[in-house]
Design a binder for this molecule. Structure first.
Ligand code: ADP
Ligand code: MG
Length: 643
């Protein structure tokens, strides 16, 4: 094969990220080594698994390991593994581009992150792996051969716009990454990555738990045996890491720092976890689990390719990442490892689907995570707030998918409410504040707090001092349909069904007046119902309006327009259910309309007024009239006469 060196350009986002790395002021440059070791460890895991599954793969897996090699004369550091390796296409795809999901968001954030401090944050959020080598090297060479294939690939870049790639004939299977280290200035001896002591320290600190040996050749000096004799220097290979699986140890044997480093390794995170959960189950289903609650939501949590963050090991051997049998999807942000003792290494995802043992493990883990959040909530309010801000929206998905834990989920949820402008409330706190005689938990769903607070639906609740939960996440619209009650108190939408906030006493007082109104408005309502029959299925007197003329109400078991829209967006056809128009008998528009109707005004004009009334009810809840242009034209025409 003739060597053909090809020059390719980095994809735009990758270039920006590289630029960030090259000029990085990131204080934690040390972490490049963890990133490389982590990649190497993944590659070894993958090869072992592949060898188990594919008997035809003819590779020697008897001594899988990672090797560090320093060339002092050339000032290079090489990290080598004999793992799965990459094909040429994989090198281009995985190293030449930012293949990760959420690239759009990253691009936007990169654009905004002109300042050094902000880019450090970014490094933390996106965990950019391989490119971190450019923090410490001005040139990086990667030589790799995919196990089972014959040709190898060399990739070289100095971190600018381009890289070169060429096919080479002979290379061992696996990957080696050689960094031409940047010069160290005098005061920066701490960051000399060609120093044996430094490398030893870094491996111990960041990668001690890696399940594969990390080896390095070191010089051993033996003092001269006799006076005047020569000191002897021998070279020997040492394993720098202890390789102990942290999850197999009990919590008091492991330091906080060790947990943090392990978390960074498996979660590809650069920040610390919010909480560590270590579990051990003995008996029929023996397993160990080490789980982490992150302190930041991953940027792809709501994308289609968001993955479950738990890895499955069987007897210390990595079997699969993103194991969706181990966590419900609403806990997809949880990271960690589960090591099961009695399971075949050779399992496929399909087999796992039906594995009763895994199902049992998942139930236990789910309960454990929820109870851990519960104790964070009662013991560390600040951390709980962080947790909820990051993961609340995704956790609420569980309210409609995990009925077994619905109550536990409700107890650790918090919501905005009319009780406070900035503090969220739990349902328990809400119930404690409920007024005498109040039997339901009131809530409103909508786009934003501001909009809800001004909604006509809330008027009577505000006037009478009832607290209302303000639910503004899209998911809220859906879960409220699956939750019947909390602590025996039914949940009641302010925009659904009949609402009567009057006390018995008030009811008695208002009864006569009410009867009178019903009679007075009967004709108008019959006419309105017919006139607006395309839009509404009934017209009635309102008990919830104090200021607005009208509002629209969904039947107790009907589907709200917002929910219908969500279904429609997800491709499900849903029947449009008409709502009920409620009118405020004290509003001058309503009384004027009644007068005009009684005195037999122009029918066409009255019908138009009815349409306008309906349109304003939609507008008041943040919706748009069915025919906005027509609505605007009619309104303009009316206004023209009144100015
Ligand atoms: P991440 O590890 O988060 O995916 P990296 O930038 O560290 O991101 O690596 C990108 C990809 O390149 C990896 O996912 C892997 O597929 C591939 N890769 C990196 N290093 C190696 C290696 N030593 N052996 C095999 N593949 C590797
Ligand atoms: Mg990586």
């Amino acid at each position: 094969m003739t060597a053909h060196v090809e020059q390719l350009e980095f994809q735009a986002e990758a270039r920006q990220l590289l630029d960030l790395m090259v000029h990085s002021v990131y204080s934690n440059k040390d972490s490049f080594l963890r990133e490389l070791i982590s990649n190497a460890s993944d590659a070894l895991d993958k090869l072992r698994l592949e060898a188990l599954r594919n008997k035809d793969l003819d590779v020697d897996t008897s001594d899988l390991h990672i090797e560090l090699e320093v060339d002092n004369a050339a000032r290079t550091l090489t990290v080598r593994d004999n793992g799965i390796g990459m094909t040429r296409d994989e090198v281009v795809d995985l190293i030449g581009t930012l293949a990760k999901s959420g690239t759009g968001e990253l691009r936007q954030q990169l654009r905004e992150a002109q300042k050094a401090a902000a880019s450090e944050e970014l490094i933390g959020q996106f965990g950019i792996g391989f490119y971190s080598t450019f923090m410490v090297a001005d040139k990086v060479e990667l030589l790799t051969r995919k196990a089972g294939e014959s040709g190898a690939t060399r990739w070289v870049s100095s971190g600018e716009a381009t890289y070169t790639i060429e096919s080479v004939d002979d290379a061992p299977h696996g990957t080696s990454v050689t960094m031409h280290l940047k010069p160290v200035d005098a005061e920066d001896e701490l960051h000399d990555y060609a120093s044996e002591a430094k490398l030893r320290e870094l491996v111990k600190k960041y990668s001690d738990f890696i399940a594969w040996p990390i080896r390095m050749q070191v010089e051993r000096r033996t003092p001269a045996a006799e006076e005047g004799g020569e000191e002897s220097v021998t070279v020997e290979t040492q394993t720098l890491n202890s390789m102990k699986a942290l999850w197999a140890k009990s919590k008091d044997e492991v330091s906080e720092d060790e947990y943090k480093e392990f978390y960074k390794h498996i979660a590809h995170a650069w920040d610390d976890p919010l909480e560590v959960i270590a579990m051990k189950a003995e008996g029929t289903f023996e397993y160990q689990a080490l789980l982490f609650i992150p302190s930041h939501a991953p940027f792809d949590m709501f994308t289609r390719d968001a993955k479950i963050g738990v890895q499955l090991y069987v007897k210390r051997v990595f079997v699969m990442g993103d194991c969706d049998q181990l966590m419900p999807t609403y806990l997809r942000f949880i990271k960690g490892v589960v090591d099961a003792q009695d399971m075949s290494l050779n399992v496929s995802r399909e087999i796992l689907q039906q594995d009763r043992q895994l199902t049992a493990i998942r139930r236990r883990l789910t309960k454990k995570v929820l109870s851990t959040v519960k104790s964070i909530q009662s013991e560390r309010p600040e951390d709980y707030r962080t947790f909820w801000a990051q993961f609340g929206t995704v956790l609420k998905e569980g309210l409609m998918s995990d009925f077994e834990n619905q109550d536990a989920l409700l107890r650790i949820s918090s919501f905005a409410s009319t009780n406070s402008d900035d503090e969220l409330t739990t349902l328990t706190e809400y119930v404690e504040r409920m007024k005498d005689g109040q039997e339901q938990i009131f809530y409103a769903t909508g786009q934003s707090r501001e909009q809800l607070l001004k909604s006509p639906h809330l008027e009577a609740f505000k006037a009478k001092g009832y607290e209302v939960l303000l639910l503004t996440d899209a998911v809220d619209e859906i879960w409220v349909g699956s939750v019947a009650e909390f602590d025996g108190k039914p949940l009641q939408s302010v925009a659904k069904g009949e609402v009567d906030l009057d006390s018995e006493e008030e009811k008695a007082q208002h009864a006569a007046e009410r009867e009178e109104q019903e009679k007075d408005f009967a004709d108008l309502f019959t006419w309105l119902k017919e006139t607006l029959s395309d839009h509404v299925k009934d017209v009635r007197l309102s008990t919830r309006l104090t200021e607005s003329p009208a509002c629209l109400i969904t039947d107790t078991y009907g589907m709200t327009p917002a929910l219908a829209r969500i279904y429609k967006a997800s491709g499900q056809a849903v029947p449009v259910s008409k709502r009920i128009l409620e009118l405020n008998p004290k509003h001058s528009l309503v009384t004027a309309l009644q007068q005009a109707h009684k005195s037999g005004s122009d029918a066409e004009r009255l019908a138009e007024t009815a349409e306008l009334l309906y349109g304003t009810a939609l507008l008041a809840e943040g919706d748009v009239p069915d025919d906005p242009a027509k609505f605007a034209a009619q309104l303009a025409e009316r206004l023209a006469r009144t100015v």
